[in-house]
Write a new protein. Sequence first.
Lengths: 120, 108
Amino acid sequence: EVQLLESGGALVQPGGSLRLSCAASGFTFSSYAMSWVRQAPGKGLEWVSGISNTGSNTHYADSVRGRFTISRDNSKNTLYLQMNSLRVDDTAVYYCVKVVYSSTWHFAYWGQGTLVTVSS
Amino acid sequence: DIQLTQSPSFLSASVGDRVTITCRASQGISSYLAWYQQKPGKAPNLLIYAASTLQSGVPSRFSGSGSGTEFTLTISSLQPEDFATYYCQQLSSYPRVTFGPGTKVDIK
């Protein structure tokens, strides 16, 4: 059974930093691309960042480029999101997502999410 | 970036109703479209990918159609557990994907 368990969410002041982790199990982690998707309170879904299975290719939404860094440790089956220079509008639940390719890409499995609150 | 719109943004329906949600893309995306269901406090759940392929384990009352710029999600007979918010997602520009604004399905 695929399991994705996010952690690291917290209350942080504007300008602060936080690192999210996503522990993956139930599948061969090193074979799959992964992504982070966030959802601000009462709002819709926003793709944040994606990483290839080897970690050699990374991509970011314009809203976080230069402030967030996605990475992975395939030996630990863990995905990370380093978030720097946090802003109030980064407040959201952050979901870790396993990306699958079968005729097209799709976001097949989602973690339960971890809440990041940016406030003074 | 490819933009998605959904209509309606909210709909009120009864158990047993046939429900249709439309998703439109700002440019052609072939069949690179997925649909998700999200219940309050829960993560989104994949229903449909490649515009019309039912994800494993999803009830057959859900179906998807369309290609290019216009897509639909249909629930053939609404069940109590289907009251939720539904999002479309374009993956034509993967990994830089975008989501529609959502359609909330509520109980009439």
